[in-house]
Design a protein around this ligand. Structure first.
Ligand SMILES: *[C@@H]1O[C@H](CO)[C@@H](O)[C@H](O)[C@H]1NC(C)=O
Ligand SMILES: *[C@@H]1O[C@H](CO)[C@@H](O)[C@H](O)[C@H]1NC(C)=O
Ligand SMILES: *[C@@H]1O[C@H](CO)[C@@H](O)[C@H](O)[C@H]1NC(C)=O
Ligand SMILES: CC(=O)N[C@H]1CO[C@H](CO)[C@@H](O)[C@@H]1O
Length: 174
């Protein structure tokens, strides 16, 4: 082999190594960013998680939360009874953590249409609500950070009547 060939060969090998190294570096730099909203909107990186909230006492009904791979969540359901006199009473629908802190106010986005003491079926897709895709995921919400109180993870769907807690059911993943 002549020296010219060996020289060319080493240049080629060197550039291959450098390219691989550059990829490695840019991948490592990106990694912590992967869970940011801007990233998972472009990439299919969220688990397909489904959770339900079942109301079977004061209020009768069920709401299903289905997260897609982009971190958007379909919220669909129906209440059949217990939302007494919706013409006179104001009902709001809130996703809260286990200490009752508001995580997402669903009232205006659901815009439920009442029927008797319940609602017609409702369905909406929310790009700004996720279940467990990133640190804002409501199923990952933590509460009870005070000493002596056990940390509790997760969220409840809370129905308020005229600003007072009226009924509540956990979002349970299925
Ligand atoms: C509501 O459903 C849960 C789970 O199926 C059950 O444990 C509970 O007893 C039910 N409550 C009423 C009031 O029916
Ligand atoms: C939730 O939204 C409804 C409708 O916009 C509003 O009337 C209500 O006060 C809100 N509740 C909370 C706790 O923010
Ligand atoms: C709504 O609920 C109230 C209280 O349970 C009941 O008196 C009323 O008849 C119900 N209305 C309808 C339309 O079912
Ligand atoms: C992990 C992954 O698929 N990352 C991609 C997310 O989307 C951006 C922009 O489309 C790509 O550059 C990343 O490689």
């Amino acid at each position: 082999m002549n020296t010219k060939f060996i020289f060319t060969l080493s240049i080629v090998i060197l550039s291959i190594i450098l390219t691989a190294f550059a990829h490695e570096v840019s991948f490592k730099k990106r990694s912590p960013e992967l869970l940011k909203r801007t990233d998972y909107e472009k990439n299919d990186t969220c688990p397909c998680t489904v959770a339900t909230s079942t109301f079977n006492s004061t209020v009768i009904g069920e709401v299903v939360f289905a997260q897609d791979t982009c971190g958007s969540t379909l919220v669909t359901g129906l209440f059949s009874d217990g939302l007494v006199n919706p013409e006179k009473n104001c009902y709001t629908f809130l996703v809260v953590n286990k200490c009752g802190k508001l995580l997402y106010n669903l009232t205006s986005v659901l815009d439920v249409k009442f029927r008797k003491n319940g609602t017609f079926p409702f369905s909406t897709r929310l790009d700004d609500l996720n279940l467990n895709c990133d640190s804002n995921g409501v199923l990952l919400a933590e509460s009870g950070k005070k000493r002596y109180i056990k940390r509790d993870t997760g969220a409840d769907l809370q129905i308020q009547q005229n600003g007072q807690n009226y009924a509540s059911a956990p979002l349970s993943s299925v």
